[in-house]
Design a protein around this ligand. Structure first.
Ligand SMILES: [Zn+2]
Length: 93
């Protein structure tokens, strides 16, 4: 973790991590949740570890829905599954 890196809490396991180790989700104007790939989208944000476990946990507990007060649709879960897998294996972006 780099010095000065912002610390955020994963909505699934409630553990803190540097922003870079987390996936950022934002509430979109239409009331649904979206993946903020760049980590800079304005608005209410929620964070998840780049981990399948946290993804599964968030899904099970509806943690993202509660944190963002937004809908999380099937497509987003699929996107997040791909994103967290890619990051875990040290691949793309
Ligand atoms: Zn977590």
């Amino acid at each position: 973790m780099k010095r000065g890196e912002p610390i955020r809490t994963c909505v699934a396991c409630r553990q803190e991590a540097g922003k870079r180790g987390l996936i950022r989700l934002v509430r979109l104007p239409d009331g649904s949740a979206g993946h903020d790939a760049g980590g800079r989208a304005p608005g209410r944000g929620a964070y998840l570890h780049h981990a399948q476990d946290c993804l599964a946990l968030a899904r099970q507990r509806r943690a993202l829905e509660r944190a963002l007060k937004a809908r999380v649709d099937q497509v987003l879960w699929q996107t997040l599954a791909v994103v967290s897998q890619a990051d875990e294996s040290g691949g793309v972006k």
